[in-house]
Design a protein around this ligand. Structure first.
Ligand SMILES: Cc1cc2nc3c(=O)[nH]c(=O)nc-3n(C[C@H](O)[C@H](O)[C@H](O)COP(=O)(O)OP(=O)(O)OC[C@H]3O[C@@H](n4cnc5c(N)ncnc54)[C@H](O)[C@@H]3O)c2cc1C
Length: 520
């Protein structure tokens, strides 16, 4: 995963790539892994860091989607439950089984949700994560010691998957590279080239670090830019009708004391009829999310005050000690790349299925879906792309392809467990230089060795890459992350030969960014 080496390979190719993928989120990287592991020549270009978009800003659930079951979308739920099982098989170091409790305050809730969640488990078939059960009041309190007791009758427990989204993404980038793909962060696609027949036959890209422009020819270009997909489509057809109805969702992060057990809370119907979760994650409590239509996507969307108020209000209805603004350690916002259909105001009713769209220019766009189904989405996209580009047919192999870091029971490595089999190499770094074993900040478990690892092995280029996506400091505790930044910059300066000025700029840029993750 050396950037220069990737660049050299990108430039060295004399014939067009079979596929050039635009966008380095779950969708694009999933496609690169699928295409490369089938044996296609594939290059992926990401304008910022891998996972800078929605793919590092999810609720961190690998799930079938209980809500879609309620909406009667059985095929979507079954597909997602199957993919949940496949992902746990292929990346056991990152996907874990989490108990979700639906607290019951009305007499009808236990039989109603009890039955629904039984069906959920039956639909999972051999990929089941555990049987749902009706809980007494006492059992509910044992699992959720901080739940509001007034009027509490009991609960229903069911099981779903939980993961670390940007860690999985980085491991997928590594998997793609191991399969022969070229994957580059900080290379923005700024144009599409067309052949004499008017079909797209490559991209014009700009290396964000050097400013250099280059042309990358391709048999087919795949637009996997999520909420930004219409912008890329308009590079080929300036008047293309929009495909995406962007909708943002926020999460608030609190310390663990708000949800001290190992179980999550699932609220099936909030005031606005949505599902909300409070989840234990990396020693913190994550609460979300919202679903607010927005006009245009941006890389750093801001939370709306109403969204913050709504999450605090909902949390206060269920938690004994109501969290307040001052308890918020971080707030992060993601944008759903929902595919348009009719009234775009009703985003909760828009399809969560993925859509493959082919423009008259031959540009293939794939959007929608969710993290959980990224593999199926990639398989469908590569099938379609190969057919459209008349590439030789090659079977998909990702159902049984281990993802980089594959290691069952990786939790034996404690906080390093998220690195799976790489945890050993990080421990070696610490053994060789014990100073690297030191934590960067007392509030979070991250060590200096992880910074070195992120730069040397995981293509981290900026302080933000390390603190937001290689480790998760920014989304767990923004203030603590700011305190870590100078030390991270010093370590990166050593690895990447930064000047003092560059290191200072990095720290300042990160502090400015982290302001957005704090409530004032
Ligand atoms: C609030 C929220 C919670 C969610 N929770 C869950 C969950 O718990 N479980 C689940 O399964 N799913 C969840 N999802 C859905 C899931 O996160 C998304 O479906 C998925 O991350 C979308 O990935 P993507 O690759 O399509 O988009 P993105 O991750 O946004 O990636 C697109 C990339 O394209 C890049 N790009 C844009 N333009 C260019 C260009 N010109 N050149 C190069 N690169 C470019 C962007 O920088 C970006 O990195 C959630 C979504 C949201 C918003």
């Amino acid at each position: 995963m050396n950037r220069q080496e990737m660049f050299d390979r990108l430039l060295a190719r004399r014939t067009p790539w079979d596929m050039v993928v635009v966008g380095g989120g779950a969708t694009g990287v999933g496609i690169a892994v699928d295409a490369a592991s089938r044996g296609y020549a594939v290059a992926l270009l990401e304008q910022h860091d891998f996972g800078k978009g929605t793919s590092s800003r999810s609720t961190k659930l690998v799930h079938g989607g209980v809500r879609y079951l309620e909406q009667g979308n059985i095929s979507l739920v079954m597909e997602a439950l199957r993919e949940r099982g496949i992902l746990r098989q292929n990346a056991p170091h990152l996907v874990s089984n989490l108990a979700f409790v639906v607290p019951n305050y009305d007499w009808w809730e236990a039989p109603f949700y009890g039955l629904g969640l039984k069906v959920y488990n039956v639909l999972a078939g051999k990929y089941g994560f555990g049987h749902s059960e009706i809980l007494s009041r006492e059992e509910t309190l044992q699992r959720l010691p901080t739940i509001k007791t007034e009027g509490l009758r009991g609960g229903v427990v069911y099981y779903d998957g939980q993961f670390d989204d940007s860690r999985l993404l980085i491991n997928l980038v590594q998997t793609g590279a191991e399969q022969g793909a070229v994957l580059l962060n900080y290379v923005q696609v700024v144009g599409l080239t067309k052949g004499g027949d008017g079909f797209v036959d490559g991209v014009v890209a700009r290396d964000v670090e050097s400013g250099r422009e280059l042309q990358v020819p391709a048999t087919i270009v795949i637009n996997a830019t999520g909420a930004f997909a219409d912008g890329v489509r308009r590079l080929a057809e300036p008047t293309a009708a929009p495909l995406i109805a962007p909708s943002q969702g926020i999460h608030l992060v609190f310390d663990r004391s708000f949800l001290p057990g190992d179980s999550a809370i699932m609220v099936p119907h909030t005031r606005d009829g949505r599902v909300m979760f409070a989840i234990p994650w990396h020693g913190h409590t994550l609460v979300g999310t919202t679903d607010t239509p927005i006009d245009a996507p941006s890389l750093e969307p801001r939370p709306f005050e109403e969204e913050v108020a709504f999450i605090l209000e909902t949390a206060a209805q269920y938690l004994h000690k109501a969290p307040t603004r001052t308890d918020v350690l971080s707030v992060f916002v993601g944008i759903r790349p929902l595919v348009r259909s009719g009234d775009s105001k009703l985003t909760a009713a828009l399809s969560r299925d993925h859509t493959i769209h082919i423009d008259a220019s031959g540009l293939l766009t794939t959007a929608g879906g969710k993290w959980t189904t990224y593999r199926q989405m990639a398989e469908d996209t590569v099938n379609q792309a190969a057919e459209l580009a008349r590439l030789p047919e090659k079977p998909c192999v990702t159902k049984t392809l281990n993802i980089h870091g594959f290691l069952p029971h990786a939790d034996r490595y404690g906080a390093l467990g998220v690195y799976g089999s790489d945890a050993l190499a990080i421990q070696d770094l610490m053994r060789a230089d014990p100073a690297l074993g030191e934590p960067l900040q007392a509030a979070l478990p991250y060590t200096r060795a992880e910074v070195v690892w992120a730069v040397r092995v995981e293509a981290a280029r900026t302080v933000e890459d390390v603190l937001a996506r290689r480790c998760r400091a920014l989304v767990l505790n923004a203030k603590a992350a700011v305190e870590m930044a100078p030390e991270v910059a010093a370590l990166m300066a050593r690895e990447l030969q930064w000047s003092d000025e560059r290191a200072r700029q990095e720290v300042a840029a990160f502090a400015e960014l982290a302001e957005r993750y704090q409530l004032r």
